[in-house]
Design a protein around this ligand. Structure first.
Ligand SMILES: Cc1cc2nc3c(=O)[nH]c(=O)nc-3n(C[C@H](O)[C@H](O)[C@H](O)COP(=O)(O)O)c2cc1C
Length: 339
């Protein structure tokens, strides 16, 4: 696919992973993605971001990259104050989370839980789009709560509002992250989507990105972006490769690891807490190692990394894994969960 026709390649919001630390170092080591979505922020009743939220939202935390904050709420007043506060911080766009499938979130009717209540969702969107906000609004949605038949009605609602883009993760809330993405559900409504479209879900390689870009290039509002989450944790050079650049080298992966570990140690003021965070990255990172047939040995290497309690053991286990398996050009889809 000619580079000029490739949509924006953007980093999915991932709580605990695509943090301020990750965004800065990913851009530094592998070149900045076209956008980084910030993990969701839940606006509180008191119209003020907490110090902890400001760690991610402060403009200086996102200097030099395109950062899009995301809000998780079903309360229009809370969305409105938070969106205005984000505009005051200099943000040009805010994203609404209609995708989170976690039970604690959906039980409160938020995230993909909101998709169960189309009448309330319509009223919410009417309020926020009538508020004449000084900031553009985009949505990130699943294709329904429990049935793929819900998406047509949801699209009918979305199409009434001037959102800057609609990013679709074609799974239901009840799918969680299991099974395959439901591309056929998105295909069916494609011609009814007037706004710029974003696609998100289960893309692992530059070939996957290209294939899905071609599939949705005919969206009436255009294909604005391809958003990737977990595969980028496995392969931080994925977007660089898509744009014609090099695959990650072993020294890049190890230097990136060391820089993340050091920065989290500083942020948490605890090497142990930083190690716990690094284990979350290594769950994905190991998918860039090993050949077909290495699965059992890789599983052992992973268990060794996850079991470590002491920093030197952890560092040694990471090095042993990284040096004991060949680095792949593209990641394996090692986190796939069957239905
Ligand atoms: C650990 C984790 C945290 C996530 N946090 C968020 C979040 O804060 N906001 C959001 O919209 N999606 C969140 N997601 C979903 C991702 O943004 C993305 O939609 C999902 O991983 C599917 O894309 P992928 O197959 O490219 O990973 C999270 C997913 C994971 C695995």
């Amino acid at each position: 696919m000619p580079l000029s026709t490739l949509p924006e390649l953007t980093v999915a919001p991932m709580e605990g992973l695509t943090t301020v630390v990750y965004r800065r170092l990913h851009a530094q080591f592998f070149g900045a993605a076209d956008r980084y979505y910030l993990p969701f922020v839940t606006p509180t009743r008191e119209p003020k971001f907490t110090d902890r939220q400001m760690r991610e939202l402060a403009p200086q935390a996102n200097e030099g990259i395109c950062a899009i904050p995301q809000l998780l709420t079903r309360n229009a007043d809370d969305f409105i104050w938070a969106a205005k506060a984000l505009a005051d911080l200099g943000y040009k766009e805010v994203n609404l989370n209609l995708g989170c499938p976690a039970g604690t979130v959906t039980a409160k009717g938020k995230g993909s839980g909101f998709l169960q209540y189309p009448t309330e969702l319509h009223a919410f969107l009417s309020r926020i789009f009538e508020a004449d906000l000084p900031i553009a609004v985009s949505l990130k949605t699943r294709v329904g709560y429990r049935s793929p038949d819900e998406f047509e009605n949801l699209v009918d609602i979305y199409a009434r509002f001037p959102m800057t883009r609609l990013i679709v993760h074609p799974r239901l809330k009840t799918d969680l992250y299991r099974g395959d993405v439901r591309l056929e559900v998105l295909d069916k409504v494609l011609s009814s989507l007037p706004m710029p479209l974003g696609y998100n879900g289960d893309l692992i390689t530059p070939g996957d990105i290209e294939k899905v870009s071609l599939r949705y290039s005919g969206a009436p509002g255009g294909l604005a972006e391809i958003m990737v989450g977990r595969a980028l944790m496995a392969d931080p050079a994925l977007f660089r490769k898509s744009k014609g650049g090099n695959a990650a080298s072993l020294s890049e992966i190890l230097s990136f690891h060391e820089a993340l570990f050091e920065a989290y140690t500083t942020l948490f003021e605890s090497q142990k807490n930083a190690m716990m965070r690094m284990k979350e990255y290594w769950f994905f990172q190991l998918c860039l190692f090993g050949e077909d047939g290495d699965e059992a040995r890789l599983q052992k290497a992973a268990s060794k990394i996850f079991r470590c309690k002491q920093i030197p053991d952890f560092e040694a286990a990471v090095r042993e894994a990284a040096e004991g398996f060949p680095l792949r050009r593209d990641a394996r889809y090692g986190w796939r969960k069957p239905l």
